[in-house]
Design a protein around this ligand. Structure first.
Ligand code: UD1
Ligand code: MG
Length: 491
């Protein structure tokens, strides 16, 4: 690495050297800092292990800080030719005239936005900020970036796909709406990684697949574009940000992989999401970026009924760990209480007790907004996920689609449950007496869906499955971006 750094003449080679250094530093710093984090109260309980042990949390802070230090040290390199210009008077003047001030502003504003998100993520880990407050913050953190975008690029039009051109013309100028869209991209990228989380290695795993896809996409462009084209600059810029990110993520992944020795915390999720948003916005390929987020978009749409409280959303939606089998199973959320009559009619005393226990646990499950954020509430969620009783029946979609009057679910929630069930995206357990009053359903996340479809599996295999899904979606994204695109755009 030292040889690369001392002999390299181009910034990309320096960036590769810095990224390797950043990865090694992250890998070696984490074990050294683990105890300090635990002493400072930055720790969490691994929910999916036989013995509940506490491990350091927010280790994304270490990765984020090393990333920022690396990037700060890298700042002079893309501008090296202006530094090394002779002190000759004419050249000095030329330097002042040609120095790309806006490029430097882009680099600095991008780092400011990423740094703000590392800070916010850490605050979230420490203070457990409520969703309604933390939701818009990435858009605010991206304002410095959008400001530089406005001054430098200012492109707010989108190219209309060929089939729609007779109606809409070749270009549509979105004006201010384009900035709103970019703010939304920042919000989406950060939060979507944070909600596809909760099992060892899954957050870093998905981020690494996305980051590698971005890097490969940049390299494809660098190979195909003729030298001197503006696209070269933007894709190089993207690589300068992504390569050190891959470095620190690999260093972190070694410790976060199953069985995790450290948790990455919200700090890493926000840091990763903002890094992706930054390169997507400044390198002007936010649509391609979103193609690499297909699993996260799907997970967000699937989660929407819970996120927008159409159906209850527990504090933790991660799959349930079964101590007996050592496998992960889909976790469930209580939608309604078991019918009292059913408890009365239960043939054995033991069955009544089980039904009552499940009713009581539903209170803690739907208390996210009431601030149920402690590990105790995680535990009550765990306890409620008892294996299904043998009396379970499943109503068919067409059996009765009218919401029941005595159901605790809102009408909109009822329709959501029925539609998601019909699409095979959740498994619903119904009241045995009426046969069509939904009592429980599997939580609406891609992790639970994989388990509903493929059956129980180990935590490690579930993380690998998510990474395989992410990888396959990246292949689809490449196919759309580099093959199908010719049918809808002039390339
Ligand atoms: C988000 C999800 C929540 C999920 C949680 C898991 C939404 C709306 N929120 O909440 O459903 O349960 O992430 O991170 O979808 N943990 C493990 N093993 C791991 C990683 C985390 O057990 O490999 C547990 C630990 O107890 C850790 C906690 O998850 O302390 C971290 O949760 P946190 O990041 O604070 O949850 P949110 O991001 O708020
Ligand atoms: Mg989180």
């Amino acid at each position: 690495v030292f040889i690369i750094l001392t002999t390299a003449h181009d910034p990309l080679t320096v960036s590769i050297g810095f990224s390797i250094l950043a990865g090694i530093t992250t890998w070696s710093a984490i074990p050294a800092l683990s105890e300090i984090f635990v002493k400072a109260g930055l720790k969490g309980m691994d929910l999916s292990k036989k013995t509940k042990h506490i491990i350091p949390e927010s280790m994304g802070m270490v990765a984020g800080l090393i990333y920022l230090v690396t990037m700060f040290m890298f700042i002079p390199f893309p501008f090296m030719k202006w530094f090394t210009a002779s002190n000759d008077g004419d050249l000095q003047e030329l330097k002042l005239l040609t120095f790309p001030n806006l490029k430097l502003a882009e680099l600095l504003s991008a780092l400011l936005s990423i740094q703000s998100m590392v800070f916010l993520g850490f605050a979230d880990d420490v203070l457990d900020i409520r969703w309604r407050f933390k939701m818009p913050l990435p858009a605010i953190a991206s304002i410095p970036l959008l400001m530089v975008y406005w001054v430098h690029l200012g492109v707010t039009h989108i190219v209309v796909p060929i089939p729609l051109r007779p109606i809409l013309g070749q270009l549509i100028d979105l004006g201010a709406l384009y900035y709103v869209y970019m703010g939304m991209v920042a919000i989406f990228c950060t939060h979507s990684i944070n909600i596809m989380a909760g099992i060892n290695g899954v957050e870093v795993g998905q981020s690494l697949v996305i980051a590698c896809s971005i890097a490969i996409n940049d390299m494809i462009f660098l190979q195909s574009v003729s030298s001197g084209a503006p696209a070269i600059e933007t894709h190089l810029f993207s690589l300068y940000f992504i390569l050190p990110f891959i470095g620190v993520s690999l260093g972190l992944m070694i410790h976060n992989w199953y069985p995790s020795k450290v948790f990455i915390g919200d700090t890493y999720c926000y840091f990763a999401g903002m890094t992706f948003a930054v390169v997507g916005i400044l390198a002007h390929y936010s649509k391609t970026l979103l193609l690499f987020f297909i699993p996260q978009i799907f997970n967000f749409l699937l989660s929407a009924p819970q996120l927008f409280r159409l159906v209850p959303c527990p504090r933790h939606r991660v799959p349930r760990y079964n101590r007996q089998t050592n496998l992960m199973e889909p976790s469930r959320v209580v939608l309604d209480e078991e019918d009292d009559l059913e408890i009365e009619f239960s043939s054995t005393r033991q069955e009544s007790k089980r039904a009552l226990g499940r009713s009581a646990s539903s209170v803690s499950l739907s208390s996210t907004e009431a601030g149920a954020t402690t590990q105790d509430s995680n535990e009550s969620h765990r306890e409620s996920d008892n294996p299904q009783p043998s009396t379970t029946t499943t109503s068919s979609f067409f059996q009765d689609f009218r919401p029941l009057k005595n159901s605790k679910l809102k009408r909109s929630g009822w329709y959501c449950v029925k539609i998601l069930e019909a699409l095979g995206l959740t498994h619903v357990r119904y009241d045995t007496k009426t046969g069509n009053r939904p009592l429980e359903m599997t939580n609406l996340t891609i992790l639970n869906l994989i388990l509903v479809k493929a059956g129980p599996m180990s935590e490690r295999n579930l993380t690998i499955s998510v990474m395989v899904v992410q990888f396959c979606c990246s292949l689809v994204a490449f196919f759309i971006r580099h093959r199908l695109v010719a049918f809808v755009y002039d390339v």
